[in-house]
Design a protein around this ligand. Sequence first.
Ligand SMILES: *Cc1c(COP(=O)(O)O)cnc(C)c1O
Length: 463
Amino acid sequence: MTSNADWRVRSLAHVWQPCTQMQDHASGELPLIPIARADGVWLEDFEGKRYLDAVSSWWTNLWGHRHPAIVAALKHQLDTLDHVIFAGFTHEPAIALAEQLAAKSGLPRCFYTDNGSSAVEAALKMSFHFWLNSGKPQKQRFIALQNSYHGETLGALAVGGPSIYRDTYAPLLLQPIFVPSPDCYTRTPGQSWEDHSRRQFDHLRLVLEQHAHEVCALILEPLVQCAGGMRMYHPLYLTLARQACDEFGVHLIADEIAVGFGRTGSFFACEQAPPAVYGRGAKRGITPDFMCLSKGLTGGTLPLAAVMTREEIYQAFYADYAAYKAFLHSHSYTGNPLACRAGLASLSLFEETNALSANAVLAQLLWAHTAELRTHRHVAEVRQTGLILAVEMVRNVAKREDFPASERRGLRAYRHALEKGVVLRPLGNVLYLMPPYAIGAKEAQKMCEVLCEAVDVATRDPA
Ligand SMILES: *Cc1c(COP(=O)(O)O)cnc(C)c1O
């Protein structure tokens, strides 16, 4: 059993893929690709065909696959401590990683979970529970941005916008208050990003004025709504949201699960928020009350997540046992030593490779190599924040008329790119690049060329 076809048959017999209509694979419409091995930015199937991982394996991978420093650290960790219950026990990798994340985020308390959705769940519960412990049990609701995405478990799903993921489960979900997104794709022609995002903030302010008494927290994805189509907004919105949350006594939960760890140009996206008032000593960046981290946290090797939070929030749970104020939330694999070790190895690579400066150069390269798309007759917008570059394909640019979802234009692009050896998984009619930081200049050029071709192929009529 060595051919792709054999593995496909076995896989389809038992494995249910995530976020997938399985018939697409079973019918042959979409090839299910068995991967035998990976190296750097390349994935390789069982017949030796290679695919450039332009989406960083669902936005997790930072340094390429099997980076030697991470592999070595993991091998060593495996010989030392595999896993241990994390209640009543602690260990070096979890401690050292929490120390470093605290220093980077400015949030001293670190609560581990094992995937992004569970980190969001923990943050939502902590915020609610903080207010309960603080004598404000009426604070029970959340504010979320339209088109945001925070994961798939019921709590995380409830505070996410895109109806494609949400509507089916609507009867099971919490009822957050959704406010219009600062997403700059929807700005009026000629309007600046800053002006648009500032105006969209007025909606949030109004909702806070009316509902703050019953609201625990505002949750948002800083700078880029990734799953919602890589929609981007101006960092000023973060500054304004932080100020308003302070003013109205509402927590701010920053979901940096996709955008953290250098993806948007800064280490955390929150660091890009401009000072509220310019002048001497004015500092860039906001500190949220909760920061959710996952995906790139281990450099893309193992599942791990963390909720970082403030000392004051930690203290609201700290009491005599009999006060019943503790946060009784846990996951079996919380603080897994291997995953934490991978996290430490990945953080070291930021220093060693000077990644943020290198990424700035790479980001310019992506922009330069996609110039032709900016005048393409079926591209309404090419937008970029750091190492996320997105292309919005439309039927008619002037009218901003979308291609009908049923035409599955993104899928056409996906299939073309696969043939050419590049993984470009679309989000509806949005194609994007989100490569590992380790991608070389030549590989980046190839990736961009295939993106440009894929847009041509996908937008060509007939569907
Ligand atoms: C991926 C993602 C999540 C969910 O993380 P999982 O590990 O897939 O559960 C939550 N929030 C954002 C912004 C994400 O991109």
